[in-house]
Design a protein around this ligand. Sequence first.
Ligand code: BES
Ligand code: ZN
Ligand code: ZN
Length: 496
Amino acid sequence: MFDAVSLATRGSARVLVLAHFKGEKLDTASRKLDPTGHAACAAERPEATGELGVIVEAFPEKGHDRILVVGLGDKDGFKPGHLRTAAGALARALSKAKADSAELALHPALTKLPKSAKIDLHACGCAMGEGFGIAAWNYDSLRGSATTRKDRTKLALHCDDPKFRAGITRGLGLAEGCNTARTLSQTPPNIATPAWLASEAKKMARKHGLKCTVYQGKQLEDHKFTGLINVGKASENKPCMIRLEYTPARGKSKDPVVLVGKTMTYDSGGLSIKVNNGMKGMKRDKDGGCAVFGAMQAIATTIKPNRPVVALLMCAENSISDEAYRPDDVIEFRNGVTVEVTNTDAEGRLVLADGLCWACEKESPAAIIDMATLTGGVVVALGSTYAGMWCDDDDLRAKIDAAAKVTDERVWRLPHHPEYRNMMKSSIADIVNSAPVREAHPIQGAAFLSYFVQDGIPWAHIDIAGTHATDKDNGPFIAGPTGYGARLLAETIERI
Ligand code: BES
Ligand code: ZN
Ligand code: ZN
């Protein structure tokens, strides 16, 4: 695919992109952009169904080298988010045609929507920018001498509608955050250690004007980061907490929103080792933290909210050695809660507990959102269609729901209840990290975490174990990491 996608400020493009809805001819305004009439003819060919993402090509003898007419699907029920899929299809077609520039003229077709559909050209441009940016992602830095590398070109997008243009700029910025999360996710565990993530975070912070502090070694002891110390102690790749801070130009005095990410650089299960092929893919057990990382980048470059945002990445490798923490250990957290370890594979909640305690005690948070590949159980419950969300604060939940509608990163609410908290009670300590029963597994995780959040602080827990990666191509995404959560968190922050 492309090396980079950008929005051009001047010049002209070699390829023109027009659009039509399902079963419709090219509208008059779009026709005017191709006086040769080739595009209008192409849009009437039998294969030009107008289905979402279906593209037909025309080659006019003058004007542009090539015209692509893309289908936008059904006019009824059209949503700006559909343009992410259209953009994915266009990016593939443009890459195949070795195009280096494309004039996006979808707004004529889009403004033909009925008034009741209230078309928002900025939102359309944003989805388009996201789609192009997401589709352009690739990860081939680890290909060696046995692979012939593909030549990658840059793509410049042109557009003369000011609202659509502004949307494209925003969408490309959000896509970059998402792609950063995907690149980190894809990086193998022998490279992406906690220390490596810390150095990447420092680089990103320096580039985009964020503050970055890394807590490691003795500092973890000083601040009583019990989860990080215990989960991380069997690995030679030592644990750390990465704290990123965004400070707005205006609104500095507001309380921050705190984002906490499970960042397990590898989850072998520890002494409760994962069996069969359960370990494969556990390099992606850092994807909650990767999403938070990507969101912070998009917040700094694109969203620029009038409220401080703090990110806490809880980084460790869950490994095995004679020093490993064990089932039967009892550990005490900084808020005084004691935990009997019953399963070392339920490690994510232990490192998140440190982050939640820290957020409540040290950051004076307006709200806390944690994101984690926490449980296999949420995959059983919701598959890869929805992430599980636990949030009893109506206001915060409404904001996450609204953001999810825009980014198409779906969340489904699951419950908190005192009965689930009781399930986590231990016979010798306060709580266990994994209850002896298999019931309500993903909810057990949320119930465990609730012991580390102070009453009255709006809090959401989002379990992304089913949505952080995909095994098949889907819209602008190829099989692999989805960067789920980076755009969702950035859009949510804008609404708080
Ligand atoms: N990292 C896993 C959860 C996971 C599973 C993430 C599949 C991505 C895909 C987590 O640490 C884990 O092992 N959870 C256990 C919890 C159990 C031991 C209480 C699980 O879900 O089985
Ligand atoms: Zn685990
Ligand atoms: Zn895990």
